[in-house]
Design a protein around this ligand. Sequence first.
Ligand SMILES: Nc1ncnc2c1ncn2[C@@H]1O[C@H](COP(=O)(O)OP(=O)(O)O)[C@@H](O)[C@H]1O
Ligand SMILES: [Mg+2]
Length: 343
Amino acid sequence: MSEEKNSTTPAAADGSGEAALGLDIGTSRIVLAGGPNGHKAQTQLNAFVSVPYSKMTEAILQQNKMVYQRNGKEMFVFGNDSERFASFFNAVPRRPMQYGVLNAQEAMGQQIIQAIIESMVPRAKKNELLCFSVPGRGEGADSNLVYHESILKNFLQSLGYEAKAINEGLAVVFAELQSENFTGIGISCGGGMCNVSVSFLSVPMLSFSIPKGGDYIDYSVSQVTDESITRVRLAKEESLDLSRQPKDKIASALHIYYDEVINLLVEKLREEFEATKQLPKLERPMPIVLSGGTAKPRGFLQKFEAAIKRDGFPVPVSEVRLAGDPLTATARGCYIAAISEIR
Ligand SMILES: Nc1ncnc2c1ncn2[C@@H]1O[C@H](COP(=O)(O)OP(=O)(O)O)[C@@H](O)[C@H]1O
Ligand SMILES: [Mg+2]
């Protein structure tokens, strides 16, 4: 990306935006940016519920206008409807992905993720460019990353797109650090993992992931408090304030596991910086941008800043800030990457 392209915004006024799409394929959610409604990102849960086929259940699904797929003796409700449907039947939704990549243990995973993507992404008209997010290497995402990327790329190509993978942390840099010449650290804290990319003038210098995020926090808190994962997740999403003393057992445990994930992330960043020999000479301190659903609770930013300050940091940091919309930053960044390639 060059200087003159820095003014690119998702709502490209010249219409070039319509020919490009950005797709964030996350463990918890799939987010689409660009296309005719470029200014507004669309989201679907990357989850599904299966139920045995019966005429009656099918009628209920149709009455409730739920999106489903029938496969012989089973029916699958996927995307945003899976949450509502799971709570009707008191079922736990299944996930096509785990720790940022396709879940090998989920036999239906690929079929369902394709159905979710197809419900959001129209067929390409003339080989339009679509940039999609992929995680960086790390524990949990290693050799399986090659497989994950190829399967998704092939599928998106089968929809008629020219498909290009973009590292998720770099996408955050593209979305949020335009006025800093795409120089800084982009971090996405999602459900399955956290992704980090350190970028100089839009070139990624180091990228990595850790296999811990919101799901790990929910699971761990549920184990130690003996509450259901769903109850923990709702408490976390609806009322967690990391800037205040916790008031109950769930909140105390949430604080503890949030601290663990933040410390792990900062520790890994320090290690990666120290292991990198050829960092370009920095002219000024770097900004850090935090995004993803896990970064949303009040006080997350302050906890992250405190962890950076506590033991010092290998590079000078100008500021730590939260992405404009933490849930759509990756998709917006993929979209910006796509637009700047086709111009
Ligand atoms: N308001 C919120 N407060 C805390 N956590 C949230 C909030 N909204 C979403 N989350 C959590 O963020 C995670 C999903 O983040 P997202 O960026 O969508 O993930 P992914 O990249 O894995 O798809 C889940 O663990 C979810 O519980
Ligand atoms: Mg994500």
